[in-house]
Design a protein around this ligand. Structure first.
Ligand code: NAD
Ligand code: MG
Length: 381
């Protein structure tokens, strides 16, 4: 199988390449794209020999061209570069391990070029799911979930195609601040927020896990991937991250996928679907584990989840405003410019100021993102 990877130097990207390394007879990496880490990208090029690689800035691209001039690889830059990687003639699957709405255009281009999508980049589905899902159907391409919860749901739907799903039970760890009050969240630091209890991930999604915005994005992601209504997606806090999500059927049966937390499992599952392959690592030991506990999410303190249900139900351009405002707010939180709870405030400010577009085109989604950017700059910078 030939794959291309957007975001190869990130958390999901590097783990995708670990899978490619373990199964080098089956997986050929034909193209890679990264933001700015050309040191790691060069190593990846030397190990996997893609024919094409992209970095965001032309300046970095030029630097990288010099570094790899002994190799037969074309180096491209910018959005055109991402689009070239996404649509490269040879590849069968595009792994979207890039972070943020920047993934929208390359994902769409890849679908139109007939590539199956192993989707980690949830921001794309949250903002453009109404365009992407029908398009995937039209072009007969598969959207294979990489997000662990959605992979668990996907696995729990196996062989149940004709059965009606009553509820999707999306599990959440609750993040590093589970159990805290609003008062206690006022002064948390970036370092506190980056300490996720169970998963090691990129910075943006780690902050999103602390605010529960990530779970909110995942509720919307589930709606698009599995065609369910918001009333039928329930978030269950399961702090040990052992149950990766569950599906309840009409007869009350609940099917779940469990395992030790390791993103290589959903990555592999997406790449080799419907086959399962050996994955090295710890197995669950129920004797040692003793208990798995459950809680209800605290949506009043962690407003991210409540707002996500709200914008999801409103639809149109509202999820775009929610997502874009969150991306810009998290960027500022990580730089120490705003406090943790101000992330919610920025999201609310943008939602309140927005006039909804009912069925936004890609262009309108990107314009809405820009509108959010300008609004935040004018109000907060
Ligand atoms: P990350 O920050 O670790 O990696 C992001 C990658 O995108 C990097 O390779 C970066 O260079 C690249 N990138 C960023 N901007 C770019 C640009 N302008 N041009 C080209 N490349 C660019 O992020 P991550 O944690 O791997 O997450 C990636 C996506 O997967 C996100 O949408 C996240 O929500 C989703 N996801 C991640 C995990 C996880 O365990 N990390 C789990 C589930 C879903
Ligand atoms: Mg997840």
């Amino acid at each position: 199988m030939k794959i291309a990877v957007l975001g190869s130097t990130g958390s999901i990207g590097t783990q995708t390449l670990e899978v490619a390394r373990s199964y080098s007879e089956d997986i050929t990496v034909v193209a890679l794209a990264a933001g700015s880490n050309i040191t790691l990208l060069e190593q990846q090029i030397r190990e996997f020999h893609p024919v094409l690689a992209a970095v965001w800035s032309e300046e970095k691209a030029q630097e990288l061209r010099l570094k790899v001039q002994d190799l037969d690889v074309k180096i491209v830059a910018g959005m055109d570069g991402l689009l070239e990687v996404a649509t490269i003639a040879d590849s069968e699957i595009l792994v979207t391990a890039i972070v943020g709405m920047i993934g929208i255009q390359p994902t769409i281009a890849a679908i139109q070029a007939g590539k199956n999508i192993a989707l980690a980049n949830k921001e794309t589905l949250v903002t453009a799911g109404h365009i992407i899902m029908p398009m995937a159907k039209e072009y007969n391409v598969a959207i294979l979930p990489v997000d662990s919860e959605h992979s668990a749901i996907f696995q729990s739907l196996n062989g149940e195609r004709h059965n009606h799903v009553s509820r999707i039970l999306l599990t959440a760890s609750g993040g590093p601040f589970r159990g805290r009050t609003r008062e206690e969240l006022k002064n948390v630091t970036v370092a506190d927020a980056l300490k996720h209890p169970n998963w090691s991930m990129g910075q943006k999604i780690t902050i999103d896990s602390a605010t529960l915005v990530n779970k909110g994005l995942e509720v919307m992601e589930a709606k698009w991937l599995f065609g369910v209504e918001y009333d039928n997606v329930e978030v269950v806090v399961q702090p040990q991250s052992i149950i990766h999500s569950m599906v309840e059927y009409e007869d009350g049966a609940v099917i779940a996928q469990l395992g030790t937390p390791d993103m290589k499992l959903p990555i592999q599952y997406a790449l080799f679907y419907p086959e399962r392959r050996y994955l090295e690592g710890e197995r669950l030991d129920f004797g040692m584990l003793q208990q798995i506990t459950f809680e209800k999410p605290d949506m009043d303190t962690f407003e991210g989840l409540k707002l996500a249900y709200q914008v999801g139900r409103e639809g149109g351009s509202m999820p775009t405003v929610f997502n874009a405002a969150n991306e810009y707010a998290v960027e500022r939180f990580l730089k120490g410019k705003i406090a943790f709870l101000e992330i919610y405030e920025m999201i609310r400010t943008c939602l309140d100021a927005h006039t909804k577009i009912v069925n936004p085109s890609v262009e309108e989604i990107l314009q809405t993102q820009q509108w959010v950017d300008e609004l935040i700059r004018s109000k907060y910078d």
